[in-house]
Every structure is written in structure tokens, then in C-alpha cells.
Design a protein around this ligand. Structure first.
Ligand code: NAI
Length: 332
């Protein structure tokens, strides 16, 4: 099976290489098709997201991607935003669950963040009206609202989950989130066997800090989803452990929630678990369920044993040691 591999920037090449070792040890025969994106691609192709990379994903349908650096405030537009838009990867899915051996204030967190990935405040439509006055457009369309909420309900149904919470700010953004809320209510009617709740995003943040175990599936607009994903990662052990998928009706790109972590890049310190778990989601997606389950179990056993863990998990190990431990538990 051929799958596109985008190592990305910063810690990306380190964690994706570790991940490929784990997938190979799981016995899945993947012929990785390398592709460039990010700062490295600018040097090689003159642009951060070359057409050839998009073509490769279109051809092979599925990709595993490392994080890509986006310059702040200037330079090129976010590669991630463009990739998700160009391939219409409309649903970002991020499962967030407590992990054994990872000390956090809460146990039994088990929720999924479903984020609309193509519009909202990340539509990338900003312009200067006059110097000192900038406008950013928050694009909300009925079809995009309906399909992301429908995706959240379908996901809940397939995953045996029981409640979908729609997060919004419709009291202030009356037109945009008003429409989103209207669409959410109407789609919820199609799924009477799954509980539906609507909550202002600020209340959701409060609840997540007080008792995140009360949530099941959370669905929301692009910017809200970006912020909530990191918040939720913090509830279960940080960015080093939370996986993710960007899904559309034709293509799928799997990647961790975290970024390129320039502060630890090139030092062999990065935790590969988030990318390894993203690869497990990818294997499940392509029909390699048994291998996906084995990888998840090996990650859990590694965390339980507490040997070779990276510093973000309180250990003294590195990318190599934790990868070797995962492989050890995989083949045991
Ligand atoms: P970041 O996620 O790269 O790092 C935040 C903090 O978490 C840092 O202290 C970092 O060392 C730590 N961290 C992240 N991943 C880790 C891992 N696997 N193991 C151990 N520690 C880890 O977020 P930041 O610094 O805001 O962004 C850096 C760059 O990444 C930016 O250019 C940003 O645009 C980009 N980015 C890319 C994403 C993607 O390609 N999907 C997602 C988020 C950010």
C-alpha cells in the first residue's frame, strides 16, 4: 500500500521517522511516498506547498504529515490551512483521552474534538481598509455547517458515543454562529438516539477546566476548534500525546495536534507518541484495524511501564528510547 509521507519542519522529520519504525514493526507493509511541505519545500521547490505534493495526495488519497512551520504575521500563508482547503479536508478529528501512567489532574477524560476545517475565521480573508484598520472575514456557510455537524453525529454513532455538544458564540456573533446553530439543531433532529446539547464556547472552556469528563463529542468552528484542541491536549498529558486526522470525502491527512516545536527541534527530545497514534488512526482508516489496535496497546503499555519516556512525560529518555520501548511492547 502506498501512503504519502510529509516529514514537515522542526521536530517533524524526527517524529515521523520514529513513527515509520513503529508502523514497520507492526508488520504493515507500507510503501511510503515522500513529499515536501513547509520551510524545506520553500528551499527545494520555491513554495511551501508545491503542486506536486497536492498531486501525490490526490493520487494516493491518504497521507501522514509532520508539522509545518508557518511564519508569524508575515511570509507565506499557513500550509495547513491551504492543504485542508485545497483537498477539502473538512473535518478535523482529535480524540482526547486519559492515558495510564500520564499524571494529570483528571482521570477518565474521553472526548473527541470535531473541528470545521475549511472556513470560519481561518478562511484566510483579511484585508487592510486603511492603515491601522484591518478586517478579517468569518465565513460560515450552510452546507459546511451541516456537513461538519452531520460528521460529528455519524462519528458518535460509529464510535458508540452518546452525546454531541455544539460549541458556539451565537449570542455575540448572531448571524454567523446563529446560522451554524440553526444548522446544528436541524442536523441533530436526524439523530434522535444521540443526545444533543448546545453551549457557548466560553462555558465549555470553564467546564473543561472543572470537569472534562462530562463531554463526549464536541463540534465547533475552525478557530474555536484550534484553541480547544490544545486546551484538551493539556488535560491528558500535553501536545506530545494527542493524535489527529483531517478528513474529507476523498482524501485524508493524518497528523498530530502539535506544531514543529522549534524550541526542541534537532535535539532528539521530541515525543513521537502523537504522530504514532495519528498513524494508528490512519491504519484504521485504510482497513488495518488489527495493527492500529496493537499500536495503541503498545503505546499504553509503554506509558504504563514508564521506561524510556521523553521529558514532556516526566522521563529522562528521548525520541529513540521511547520509540524502542513502543516497538518492544508491540512485538512482545
Ligand atoms: P508547538 O506545538 O510546536 O509547541 C508548543 C510547545 O509544545 C513547545 O514547548 C514544544 O516544545 C512542545 N511540544 C510540541 N510537540 C511536542 C512533542 N511532540 N514532544 C515534546 N514537546 C512538544 O506550537 P508552537 O510553538 O506554537 O508552533 C511552532 C510552529 O508550528 C509554528 O510555526 C506553527 O505555525 C506550527 N504549527 C504547525 C502545526 C501543523 O503543522 N499541524 C500545528 C500547530 C502549529
Amino acid at each position: 500500500m502506498q501512503i504519502v509521507l510529509i516529514p514537515g519542519d522542526g521536530i517533524g522529520p524526527e517524529v515521523t521517522a520514529a513513527c515509520c519504525r513503529v508502523v514497520a514493526a507492526a508488520g504493515v507493509d507500507i510503501d511510503w511516498v515522500p513529499a515536501d511541505a513547509g520551510l524545506g519545500a520553500v528551499e527545494k521547490h520555491g513554495e511551501p506547498l508545491p503542486d506536486v505534493t497536492l498531486e501525490l495526495i490526490r493520487k494516493h488519497r491518504v497521507a501522514l504529515k509532520g508539522p509545518c512551520t508557518t511564519p508569524v504575521g508575515k511570509g507565506f500563508r499557513s500550509i495547513n490551512v491551504r492543504l485542508r482547503k485545497d483537498l477539502d479536508l473538512y473535518a478535523s478529528v482529535r480524540p482526547v483521552n486519559s492515558l495510564p501512567g500520564v499524571k494529570t489532574p483528571y482521570e477518565n477524560v474521553d472526548l473527541v474534538v470535531v473541528r470545521e476545517n475549511t472556513e470560519g475565521l481561518y478562511a484566510g480573508l483579511e484585508h487592510q481598509i486603511v492603515p491601522g484598520i484591518i478586517e478579517s472575514l468569518r465565513v460560515i456557510t450552510k452546507p459546511a455547517c451541516e456537513r461538519i455537524v452531520r460528521y460529528a453525529f455519524e462519528h458518535a454513532r460509529h464510535a458508540g458515543r452518546h452525546r454531541v455538544t455544539f460549541c458556539h458564540k451565537a449570542d455575540v456573533m448572531r448571524l454567523t454562529d446563529g446560522l451554524f446553530l440553526e444548522c446544528a439543531r436541524s442536523v441533530a433532529d436526524e439523530f434522535p438516539f444521540i443526545a444533543f446539547e448546545e453551549k457557548p464556547i466560553d462555558n465549555v472552556c470553564l467546564d473543561l477546566a472543572l470537569d472534562p469528563t462530562r463531554y463526549d463529542v464536541l463540534v465547533m468552528e475552525n478557530l474555536f476548534g484550534d484553541v480547544i484542541s490544545d486546551l484538551c491536549a493539556g488535560l491528558v498529558g500535553g501536545l506530545g500525546v494527542v493524535p489527529g486526522a483531517n478528513l474529507g470525502s476523498r482524501y485524508a491527512v493524518f497528523e498530530a495536534v502539535h506544531g514543529s516545536a522549534p524550541d526542541i527541534a534537532g535535539q532528539g527530545k521530541a515525543n513521537p507518541i502523537a504522530v504514532v497514534r495519528s498513524a494508528a488512526m490512519m491504519l484504521d482508516h485504510v482497513g488495518e484495524r488489527a495493527a492500529a489496535v496493537r499500536i495503541e496497546r503498545a503505546v499504553v503499555k509503554t506509558l504504563q511501564a514508564g521506561v524510556g519516556l521523553t521529558r514532556d512525560l516526566g522521563g529522562t529518555g528521548n525520541t529513540d528510547s521511547i520509540t524502542s520501548e513502543i516497538i518492544k511492547h508491540l512485538v512482545a
